[in-house]
Ligand binder design. Structure first.
Ligand code: ASP
Length: 331
């Protein structure tokens, strides 16, 4: 009888482990793209229906642009770059056109990108003229021996790379001018969103990118988390790809994007648990507002935030196309 019991147990263990393997493989999507357009006090009751429609349509456009690249066998790096460019070119988001203004009433934009396959990374900070800062970050990664270029040096580099440049009138919108004037009258820095994307491609490669105008009425020369590898952006094929948005100083001090990857690597944590711990416990307890999007090497993804809302979306090879703005409970 004991023998029979042992045989049944062995069969049960074998059956369940075989079943798990099969179901993990068959469930893993071929590709995944997750995007965000910034986190903050975004409440449905304050959102005009027409503006909400515009945000949802632009998020969908960014997803479809990057998703098509992944579907056609393109790389995660190209997909996230294309998705971020759609949002940089839209005045709705705080990146590229529509970036917020510094205390001097000018734009100073930051962006970064990281390749999970090679661990190579590129970034620009405090740029004024580059139409698509994410392209400049990519060029730093691909065409220089450096990781981060700042200010005039970064603007000049982008120009020599043949990237499109614009004068300040292109970036500054009426809406951002108004919030600058309001912040100036109150002498108060305001948090204001960012755009980002993470992806897993058909070849198992992860990539992450982030682009921002930073915070309204920030000091001249202030650099946030978005162009800092490990803080606002991180990708490692062995763990996950992460892009962050929120109060940059907290994200820098807590090395948020790398922390999530490190919890997976050294503590064997699941992506969702690692993201939840960092955003909803560690950061929340010290008043660090914001969120992240992330995808792991198996195609599992998360959008985790401790603010009332985060513009976000996901597209996968399984046919999921989903865009959201408010907290899950408000939906
Ligand atoms: N993280 C950005 C910064 O601090 C701003 C944001 O995402 O809201 O520059």
């Amino acid at each position: 009888m004991l023998r029979g019991l042992i045989i049944s147990l062995v069969l049960l263990v074998c059956f369940s482990s075989c079943k798990n393997n099969t179901s993990i493989n068959s469930k893993a999507p071929q590709y995944v793209l997750v995007i965000h357009g910034g986190a903050g006090t975004i409440l449905k009751k304050n959102m005009p229906a027409e503006i909400e429609k515009q945000y949802l349509a632009k998020l969908k456009e960014a997803l479809n642009t990057g998703g098509t690249i992944l579907k056609d066998g393109g790389t995660s790096l190209d997909a996230i770059t294309a998705a971020i460019m759609v949002m940089e070119n839209s005045p709705l988001f705080n990146a590229g056109k529509g970036s917020v203004l510094t205390e001097e009433g000018i734009v100073e934009m930051d962006a970064s990108i990281m390749d999970g396959k090679t661990s190579l990374a590129g970034a620009v900070a405090g740029v004024h003229t580059i139409k698509n800062p994410i392209l400049a970050a990519k060029a730093v990664m691909e065409n220089t021996a450096h990781v981060l270029l700042t200010g005039l040096g970064a603007d000049n580099f982008a120009f020599t790379q043949g990237l499109n440049v614009e004068d300040s009138s292109y970036f500054i919108t009426e809406r951002r001018l108004k919030s600058f004037q309001k912040a100036k009258s109150k002498n108060k820095i305001k948090k204001h969103g960012t755009v980002g994307a993470v992806a897993l491609d058909k070849y198992g490669n992860l990539a992450a990118g982030t682009s921002t105008g930073g915070m309204t009425y920030k000091m001249k020369g202030r650099v946030g988390d978005s162009p800092l590898i490990g803080a606002g952006t991180y990708a490692d094929n062995n763990t996950c790809a992460v892009s962050a948005t929120g109060h940059g100083e907290y994200f820098i001090r807590n090395v948020v994007a790398y922390d999530i990857s490190a919890l997976m690597k050294y503590k064997d944590m699941h992506l969702n648990d690692a993201a939840n711990y960092v955003i909803n416990e560690k950061l929340k307890n010290i008043g660090g507002d914001g969120g992240i999007i992330a995808v792991d090497k198996d195609g599992e993804y998360t959008t985790t935030f401790n603010t009332p809302g985060m513009y976000r979306g996901v597209i996968t090879s399984d046919g999921i196309v989903d865009v959201k703005i408010y907290s899950e409970t408000e939906y």
